[in-house]
Design a protein. Structure first.
Length: 249
């Protein structure tokens, strides 16, 4: 039997990279899904690729009001929700002196505020036994230059994994996290670096990873499937670091 047979899942930021690969894996394992994004082109492309058991919903991950609207859409479409993968996020890497208030606020809005208020809005919608999986980051654990705001936002999100686990476990809701190291996704091309500089940065990052390579999106998605499934029924408040040894060797 497929591990997510009959489960109803919501994936935020599901149009590219880890989110899109997780959507594919959820469908392979028998789930029906709703996935979100903000770019109409990538939303449409993902919808065409994923097929009729997936529903694309435009949603601004940094808006508390949009999270309430999304929860309403989930309730109308599914009735109840079994799995939530909090994947939507922004990565802005720059030196401390380059940050301004607007960029700081946007990072925390998308990476921290949005996920919190989506969980809040979904509380009446979650099924009796539900799983929340948070996409964290190795950057919450290592002091990598130029990641100050990004790492802090992910550390806050991982703190929610522990505190919300304690608060929600009595309702039958488990909260766990996957924290990837560098992953081969389109994310790095969104940094706006010239191609040669991008290659230099990628090579430098690979040198920090004992396995000497980036993860594939599927490797992360498989871990999300585990936390979403009943195989992880005894996992509460756990974090699985998938970083090729970057944080621990």
């Amino acid at each position: 039997m497929r591990r997510l047979e009959g489960k109803r899942a919501l994936i935020t930021g599901g149009t590219t990279g880890i989110g899109l690969e997780t959507a594919r894996r959820f469908l392979e394992e028998g789930a029906r899904i709703i996935f979100t994004g903000v770019n109409p082109q990538t939303l449409e492309a993902a919808q065409q690729g994923l097929g009729p058991d997936a529903l694309a919903v435009p949603s601004d991950a940094g808006s508390a009001a949009a999270q309430r609207e999304l929860a309403g859409a989930v309730e109308r479409h599914f009735g109840q929700l079994d799995v939530l993968f909090l994947n939507a996020g922004v990565t802005q890497l720059q030196a401390v002196e380059q940050w301004d208030e607007a960029a700081f606020d946007r990072s925390f809005a998308v990476n921290v505020k949005g996920p919190f208020f989506l969980v809040q809005a979904l509380l009446p919608v979650f099924a009796a036994k539900a799983s929340i999986v948070v996409n964290g980051s190795v950057n919450a654990h290592v002091g990598m230059p130029n990641t100050s705001v990004y790492a802090a936002s992910k550390a806050a999100l991982l703190s929610f994994v522990r505190t919300l686990s304690g608060e929600l476990v009595g309702r039958g809701i488990r909260v766990n996290a996957v924290s990837p190291g560098p992953v081969a996704t389109p994310l790095y091309h969104k940094l706006g670096l010239p191609e040669e500089e991008l290659k230099r940065v990628a090579s430098s990052i690979e040198g920090m990873i004992p396995l000497r390579r980036f993860a594939t999106p599927r490797e992360i998605a498989d871990a999300v499937v585990f936390f979403a499934s009943d195989e992880s029924a005894f996992a509460v408040g756990s974090e699985l670091l998938l970083d090729g040894g970057m944080s621990g060797i």
